[in-house]
Each structure stands twice: as C-alpha cells, then as structure tokens.
Design a protein around this ligand. Sequence first.
Ligand SMILES: [Mg+2]
Length: 362
Amino acid sequence: MSTIQAIEVKCYRLPLPVPMEASAAGVMAGFDMVTVQLRDDQGAGGCGYTVLHEGQGAAVAAIADGPFREILQGADPRRIEWLWIQMYKRTHYAGRGGPVAFAHAAVDVALWDMRGNTLGEPLWRLLGGFDPKVRCYAGNIDLNFPLDQLLEGGSKSVEAGFHSVKMRLGKPTLAEDISRVEAMRNHLPAHIDMMADANEAWRVDQAARAMKQLQRFDLVWLEEPIAPDNFEGYRHLRSLGLVPLAAGENLHTVAEFTSLINAGGVDFPEPDLTTCGGITPFMKIAHLAEANGLPVISHGAHDLHVHLLAACPNTAYLEWHAFGLDQFMAQPLTVADGFATAPDRPGHGIEFDWVGMGKFLV
Ligand SMILES: [Mg+2]
C-alpha cells in the first residue's frame, strides 16, 4: 500500500526562442507550462506537466491544485484508472475537455511517472514495449517566417537529423501557400518527406480547393485543414482521396476521437496527451486507431510522447515540437537519422532544471 502525501502544482510562463505563428493561434511569443509533482509515503515521486498557450496556465493550475488535490491527497497512486475517473466525475459538468483536460493530463503523467519510478521501468516498456526507436519529424511553426527564413528552417531540420519536415499553411491567399510549399519541396533533398499543417485556416470548400493543388507535392499528410470538430467536413475531404489527413491536437476527449474515426474523417489520428487528459486516454486513442486499421502520430511534448509511441505497434511519427522546452531538461531527447529513441531511465526520465525555470514562475 502507498498513499499520496505531497502534491505541488506550479505554473510557468516560458519564452519561445523566436516568436512563431500558426493560423488558429496567431503569433506566439511564449507558452504556459503547468507542473504537478507528487510524492507518496514511501518516498517515491512523480512529475507531470502540460503546456498550453500563454495566459491560460493559471486556470489549469487552479483545477489541479483545487478539486484534483482533494481527490489525490491520501489516495493510492497505483490506481491510475480509478483516480482518472474520480477527477473526471468531479469536474465533468464544466469539463469534458478544455482546461480540465489539461489539468487532468499533468496529474495523470505524474501518476504514471511515479509508477515507473517505483518499478524502475521506463514508461515505454510499462505501456506496451513495442520498439524504443520512433520515426520523428520536425514540426516547424513558421507561418510568419519570410520565404528565406522558412527554407533555412527546413535546412536546419535536415542538418539536425530529421528525414521529415512540416511547414505551416494559412497565408491570406492559396497562391502564396502553394508557392511556399513548392519552394520548400524544391529546396529540400528529394528523400526528405514533407507534411503541411493549415491549423484550421479554411472552410471545407477552400480546403477541397487547396487539396487539389497540394496533391502534386505528395505530402505525407495535410493537418487540420478545417475546424477540429467538423467531423462531417473531415469525412467529405477524406472521401476526395487527394491528400491524407491528420487531425486531433484540438480534440480533448476519447469520445471526440471516436466520432472522428467513426466518421471516416482521418488517416493519421494525432492525439496530444497534454490536451486530451494524459497518458491514460492517449493510450486508449492509440489503441482505438489500431483497432480501426489506422496509424497514430503525436502532437507536441515529444519527450513524453516518445514513450507512448514506442509502446504502440501502429506508430507512424513523433512530432518534434518547436517550443524549445529542451533547454530546461537535463537529458533532452535527441534525433539521429530520422529517429528518436525512448530512454531507458525509469518513468519518463525527464529531469527539469527547476532553478533555471524559477525565474519564469507565474
Ligand atoms: Mg498541428
């Protein structure tokens, strides 16, 4: 038996190395990070975190530190599914997604990390143990970059060891988007795969027109061409058979993924554990995809997701996110020859530079 004795919730506002733009979010200069640290009466610890756009971290931290703390204090940390449901029930009226899902994620990761630390096992083996080597791509956020900077970013990703590079779409005209994709395709070596992410820039008719023009570039996928919850729109666009579709970073529940997959609206389901309630629901979504004959890819938080994707047989790609959290980690993940390798350290194996992050505490 073990019981949770200490719960520490913190909120940080971390600056980005360079301001970045995506269509739906606009220009971002920094991001919020909420951390949850747990300790049990046996001395075992676990650390979880979630990241989100600037200005909303305090709300997420308040949920973790309020109703979730009441549930966790004195509870058995090994009953992760049970605790997840208790947190879900306590907050479902104003929850089922949104800030609650982010708070849920930070706590759930801390519980899984604690389990891994207690057992001396890395998460990727605890969760299934398929293959520690995971194919990854550079998830550049570059809509605001002028063309020369966009192409330079592509080159840097290839030099860093990536074999796949994603760029952003959603310029004021489709012609500009297409000319940027064409420039990038001509710039990158032929063996480098490309993805594109429109971040909800278009209506369904605009997306259909864009996909006709994008077809000739043989993209691995087009991501979020339209609003994330327009499942009928995704079904229609996918039925055109022009470009494979990826979506999911803005879905916050297993139920939403079930709806999107049942609608036949996605080729690459893309859950993000930090937005969908943590490792527990992420793994359900990954298995749901597998059961439907689909691959799974991840969005953001690559130091955590590498474990989850290394656990799954249907993994396609890990997104290497551009938030630059690596600078606050003792042993950040590395990429070589297009792959990242999940570490063998217990839990998620991430050790944060708490002192360095201290000056960004909200
Ligand atoms: Mg995206």
